[in-house]
Design a protein around this ligand. Sequence first.
Ligand code: NAP
Length: 450
Amino acid sequence: MRHIAIVGSGPAGYYTAEAALKQWRDDVRVDIFDSSPVPFGLIRTGVAPDHQSIKRVARRYETTALSDNVHFVGNVMVGRDISIDELRELYDAVVLATGAPNDRKLGLPGEDLPNVFGSAGFVGWYNGHPQFAELHPDFSHETAVIVGNGNVALDVVRILAKSGEEFAGSDIVAHALSALEGSQIRRIVVLGRRGPHQVTMTPKELGELAKLARACPRVDPADLPPLAEDAALDPGMRKTMGHLRSFAMAGGTANDNGNDVICPDRDIAIEFDFFAAPRAILGTDRVEGIEIERTKLVDGKAVGTGETYHIPAGIVVACIGYQTSRIPDVPYDEQGGRFANVEGRIMPGLYCVGWARRGPTGTIGTNRPDGFAIVEKIDADLGPAGGTGKPGRPGFEALAATRGIDFVKFTEWQKIDEAEVANARQGAPREKFVEVDRMIAKAHPSAQEN
Ligand code: NAP
């Protein structure tokens, strides 16, 4: 029997569990640890609340979770409640699937001013992550600046631009919906330090900006490279460029041929500012603006031209990528912001997968082959004998009992789930609990009564 511990219950964790079941069938026991009492990581607190179709992938993880050979062990922080070395003593293989939940920093003066956020915090806030429920962003100023030209920047722009009605059917949490409904933001500036050909926005996500009820995306035609240069791009990027080019058209019409709607009379302007590198966040008691240096591309890199300008802004959200959280005793790759590893191997018996292995790139689906690949490596390392005689879950449960670790099982998460679904406002799939205590009270009701 092989005993596998997976740390992290997001996509990378569940795809690894699925792969382990396929590889070893009844000859494996998988425990999936998570610091949160609720599973699914990025699906719950990263994927935008108005992208419910993407969130439906959690149903696939549920099938894996309900297998007799897989257990969810929620509310356990590895590195605090149990150490990596203890886990390695208990399990034949430990796989870190902890994602990349921390923001990369801009490293600019003024970054710590109130109402300047990283995307981890801001996205966590509107998605009901308990750590960020008290963020209280202030939307009373008319201009927001979003730094970054990736899909997370697009998520944040869309959430800021949507009207209350456009969140129908989403699981945006009540505190965020109510704050956004009172928002005074009328101008959203999206800063890209390089140009249109260098964006990492995917076409479907970018095209959504053209469908917003009260907002209008705009690109300065002068920023666009000559049309002929799009031919060298891959098909996805060519579609992305098609959207940016239609955002640049002065006027334009809605039609069914894939052209975007250009919308001069909308309430909110979404302005793409390319070749624009932030240099300082300005303000005294809170953010009041941002200093930007015009850039040019040199060998694909953004190089400052010395020309600077200011944009007054009341809120800044930096969507510039993420880093994996460190775990004591696990070697870390500073440059990559992930665990130091060679093709997923960190040290004997310790592996990593997903964003914790390769950094924060790729779609949710990219984690599936990643999960299968790491299971193959574990299989090769364990060899034909399989297990090494380690105790696995019974060993963990004994330790948890001596240490008073109050872990949450998958069936107990289902009680939280039921309560969230029951609490949903009309048309919404759920209203998430945003306090860990309330989650635990649903999971362990009798413990709370005693
Ligand atoms: P990303 O695609 O790497 O984009 C990060 C952006 O930040 C880039 O435009 C980058 O510019 C810019 N940047 C980095 N450091 C900067 C700095 N110091 N100053 C100014 N700009 C800076 O990352 P992401 O948007 O966080 O997305 C992470 C992953 O999740 C991606 O694979 C993404 O596709 C995925 N995702 C997918 C969806 C979806 O499919 N719906 C939604 C959200 C996220 P440079 O290129 O110049 O470095």
